[in-house]
Design a protein around this ligand. Structure first.
Ligand code: AMP
Length: 173
């Protein structure tokens, strides 16, 4: 069996190449992009129409066990996003009337999205800065997927587990 020799660190000099933070620190998410996460989680896109009722939208959320739906017009263009938070807000404001309201009465119209090549870290920044947990992935005009903050965390955890396994294998040989 070939065993790798582990050399002790000679000096704790942060400026040598092999010890520099720049060369050894992988940014959170490494080189992963929105497209990488979509490959791992799937590209299902659930959407509703602006005139659909909130009752219908909440059934879609329940059926697919998701927290948001895209709102698309008859041509497939994204005109908004509706999440469970919008529905909860609706219930707090108008408890009796929320189910029968139209989706476009509660949705957010100013949708922030990312491209397939956007890096994980930048996606997380967008979500934390904007205080939301869902990001549609757009390739030009076309929606190609939907990523939640939970998908990013799940992907990153899998990556960390893999990195830990690789390190263990390097040490054990
Ligand atoms: P969330 O945390 O994703 O449930 O969303 C919190 C609020 O932000 C809700 O009012 C959503 O409609 C809105 N929201 C969610 N995702 C986005 C997004 N990608 N762009 C703009 N607004 C969003």
């Amino acid at each position: 069996m070939h065993r790798k020799t582990v050399h002790p660190i000679e000096h704790e000099n942060p400026h040598t190449h092999s010890q520099s933070l720049e060369s050894n620190t992988t940014p959170p998410g490494g080189n992963a992009t929105a497209a990488t996460v979509l490959d791992a989680k799937g590209k299902q896109i659930y959407s509703v129409r602006p005139a659909d009722s909130i009752h219908h939208a909440s059934e879609v959320l329940k059926e697919h066990n998701i927290g948001s739906v895209l709102v698309r017009d008859q041509n497939g263009h994204v005109v908004g996003i509706l999440t469970e938070r919008d529905i909860v807000r609706g219930f707090a404001d108008l408890p009796g009337d929320t189910y029968t309201k139209r989706v476009d009465e509660l949705m957010t119209t100013d949708v922030v999205s990312c491209g397939p090549e956007e890096r994980l870290l930048d996606m997380l920044r967008k979500m934390t800065d904007g205080r939301f947990r869902h990001l549609p992935v757009m390739d030009g005009e076309h929606v190609v997927g939907m990523i939640s903050i939970g998908d990013v965390v799940k992907y990153r955890l899998r990556e960390l587990e893999y990195e830990a396994l690789k390190l263990k294998q390097m040490i054990v040989g």
